[in-house]
Design a protein around this ligand. Structure first.
Ligand code: CAA
Length: 380
């Protein structure tokens, strides 16, 4: 692994930072307050290739590697964490399994318009009673001729209210438990598919995070991704890549909070001098800088491993666990450095603090990451 970014990756970082500063940051506060999904911004991100970063050009992608992908998600999340995860779900959770498991026909229909950002995708695994234990999902699909009849409810679906299609994990053979899970692409407008209630959340407010409800929904059998019973593996292997995206998101949120705290500490006077002159503040800044650096390295290492083609489940879990818990610590300190102002909506760090918290929960809680890591440690 080369720790130096390539010329191409450096250029991408510069381009995405300029885009994020000029187009994303000015909208972040409003998106947080209104919770409106940023459709126009999504289209602009698509024009830069950010909706299909690490997919080949033949599949509509920008043909970068996964390290470049982490740079994109970090830079966008540094300015707006909602937009960061919207793009992460589009790339990692929707496009990636179709890229890896889809047929040529499926890729033409369900991948190309999505990597190009003409359409929005989402990933529907979680249910009201199946979160960490995804294997017990209750959404059923019964095969009838060339269709599946789908019944069930999915919850907490990022991009759900805005998506043109969802990859929906159903059970086609409940007696087989997780070995009966199958992945189906369900398009918006399919009779029997409707968007349910939108979640009111602590942070990342603009992600159209909704329930998806399926009532005798007829899905063409040709929309199945992979084989019947292969869905659990499709989901878990997809989440490996997703977890790297969430780690990059956490790193971007923390980076922003750090920069804000650093600047504030140099401007804010107390006891006759800038508070950055006090060792208590300096040590907080030192810890923040150290942890962000460590986190970024772990994320890039996991992405590098993904690019080698080797199994990277443990690397992704390690990186996501560290980065997400780091983001909570760093944003907490950023508020502390801002004092009362940090608690005010006038300053960005309270939003960073709220946005950071979800990264310890979605795409596998910290406890699930520790389960994954310990299972690899014990078998090594
Ligand atoms: N890649 C490929 N195959 C994998 C895999 C991976 N990463 N992980 C597991 N598998 C395979 C295993 O090899 C095994 O196959 P065999 O039966 O052929 O041996 C099979 O899948 C089952 O594996 P395990 O027994 O290890 O799986 P498990 O049932 O013990 O998994 C778990 C346990 C780790 C808790 C897993 O269920 C898990 O990760 N749960 C968390 C789910 C999650 O992250 N949900 C997030 C929802 S999505 C979201 O948040 C999106 C959003 O809004 C942003």
């Amino acid at each position: 692994m080369d720790l130096e970014l390539s010329e191409e990756q450096n250029l991408l970082q510069k381009t995405v930072r300029e885009f994020a500063e000029s187009e994303v940051r000015p909208l972040a506060k409003e998106l947080d307050e209104t919770g409106h999904f940023p459709h126009a911004l999504f289209k602009k991100a698509a024009e830069l290739g950010l909706t299909g970063v690490a997919f080949p050009e033949s599949e509509g992608g920008a043909s970068f590697d996964h390290i470049a992908y982490t740079i994109v998600i970090e830079e966008i999340s540094r300015c707006c964490a909602s937009t960061g995860v919207i793009l992460s779900v589009q790339n990692s959770l929707y496009c990636d399994p179709i890229h890896r498991y889809g047929t040529e026909e499926q890729k033409r229909k369900f991948l190309l318009p999505y990597t190009r950002g003409e359409k929005i995708g989402c990933f529907a695994l979680t249910e009201p009673q199946a979160g960490s234990n995804a294997a017990v999902l209750q959404t059923k699909a019964v095969r009838k001729g060339d269709k599946y009849i789908v019944n069930g409810t999915k919850s907490w679906i990022t991009n759900g209210g805005a998506a043109d299609a969802a990859i929906v994990y159903v059970n086609t053979e409940p007696a087989k438990g997780e070995k009966g899970i199958t992945a189906l692409v369900v398009e918006k407008g399919t009779p029997g598919f409707k968007v349910g209630k939108e979640e009111k959340k602590l942070g990342i407010n603009a992600t159209a995070c909704c329930e998806l409800v399926f009532t005798d929904c007829e899905v063409p059998a040709k929309n199945r991704i992979g084989n019947e019973g292969e869905g659990y593996k499709v989901a878990l292997s997809t989440l490996d890549g997703g977890r790297i995206g969430v780690g990059a998101q956490a790193t971007g949120i923390a980076q922003n909070a750090f920069e804000a705290a650093l600047q504030y500490s140099q401007q804010r006077l107390a006891f006759g001098q800038p508070i950055s002159q006090f060792q208590a503040i300096q040590f907080m800044l030192a810890d923040m800088a150290t942890e962000i650096d460590a986190s970024r390295l772990l994320i890039r290492k996991a992405a590098w491993k993904q690019d080698t083609g080797a199994r990277f489940s443990m690397d992704a879990a390690v990186a996501k666990l560290f980065a997400s818990e780091m983001a909570t610590r760093v944003t907490h300190k950023a508020i502390q450095i801002h004092g009362g102002n940090g608690y005010s909506r006038e300053y960005p760090v309270e939003r960073n603090y709220r946005d950071a918290r979800i990264t310890e929960i979605y795409e596998g809680t910290s406890e699930i990451q520790r389960l994954v890591i310990s299972s690899w440690v014990l078998k090594s």
